[in-house]
Design a protein around this ligand. Sequence first.
Ligand code: UGA
Length: 441
Amino acid sequence: MRIAVVGTGYVGLVTGACLAEFGMFVTCVDIDEKKIEMLNRGEIPIYEPGLDVVVEKNSKAGRLKFTTDIEEAVKNNLVIFIAVGTPPKDDGSADLTYVENVAKDIAKYMNGYKVIVNKSTVPVGTGQKVKKIIRDIVGDKYKFDVVSNPEFLREGAAVNDFMRPDRIVIGAESDEAVAIMKDIYSAHYLGEAPFVVTNIETAEMIKYASNAFLALKITFINEVANLCDLVGADVHKVAKAMGMDGRISPKFLHPGPGYGGSCFPKDTLALCNIAKEHGYQFKVVEAAIEVNEEQKLRMVDKIMGLLGVEKKEGVLEGKTISVLGLAFKPNTDDMRESPAIIIINELLKYGAKIKAFDPIAMENAKKIFGDKIEYCSDEYETVQDSDCLTIVTEWNQFRKLDMERIGGLMKEKNLADLRNIYEPAKMRKLGFNYTCVGRSK
Ligand code: UGA
């Protein structure tokens, strides 16, 4: 099986590398020459655990190559995955320019039957749009199929998620295309792979519905946590008991400073837009978006509460706040829509001095905050002389800090544990003025 993957971002690179790992011959294409040069030197442009090993192994074996030449990639391959970005436009709808440009290129260089697979998260109706773009250019000269095959991988666990998916969704209009897609994904299964075969629109909707539901779940537990704080309940116990109900499931019930990343914020907005375009208001998702924005700001209120000050101009002047964790979640260097951005910018707005550390995301953080904050080289340097320690991302290395030492280094022992990684009673015993999300009393 010969496959081309257009776009070497998270989804494209992981898809290309993992399909090569299954034994297929894969050509990854990108218009970004620098990125392709890097990949050809064996350097991975993103931080994703385990991806370097898969890329190196399959490049050496000759099953994985990187090029900017889309013409050759289209001509030499039967299946072409489109995995380019669909960034949000100002109104929240997805910008399809990159997808449409790839569709035009595919049409231009088509030389026989092709299966064109949309892997990017695209609004419902995009598959038909891609089909029309190609049909308008090639006419009846060649037969082709457009397939929607959304990806459900998480950053930081992408290789594993791709290799062991809960389901493989194939939205297609011909048996031939379905058979080819099944052939690709059956490669790594001994038994029957968990296929869900649908039409194109349903497959496109499955992706948005899944992400929006997960965003709702997180937002729901965040609101439960906020209420737990007020009534003196423990959200961890509430979530544990809720999760024991098979209908609810224990996953994605961890409260925190609000969801971030390149997917949930973008996809929830896009889903509301798709609904609007069809004359429908998706109220529950709109509410989740609003609550999630508030949740980030609520974290700033918590910090102010710890410091015993009221939210007003200049109130944090003279205060140093140390921040551990900047990436939107652990095991990634991705800062996109990270709650840390809103939280830090708010604290700066009220006059605080910020000292920050993240194990991997420091370079990306510098692009966002510039010289507005101080960058430290480890946890202990970060907390030195600070009035409050705020843990924003739950990196494993933050879970077992020497908290006695931390307390000794700080000017004031205030701890805002926004990911609930420490035991409240233990921290209070160590003399910390402690707050977290949903077990603060
Ligand atoms: C998400 C989905 O989990 C993937 O299934 C999907 O394929 C991907 O989006 C995508 O559309 O490409 P990702 O954004 O990489 O993956 O990360 P998640 O692990 O889902 O975390 C998203 C955000 O939710 C993070 O900010 C995380 O801290 C937060 N979160 C997650 C919580 O606050 N609580 C939880 O219980 C779980």
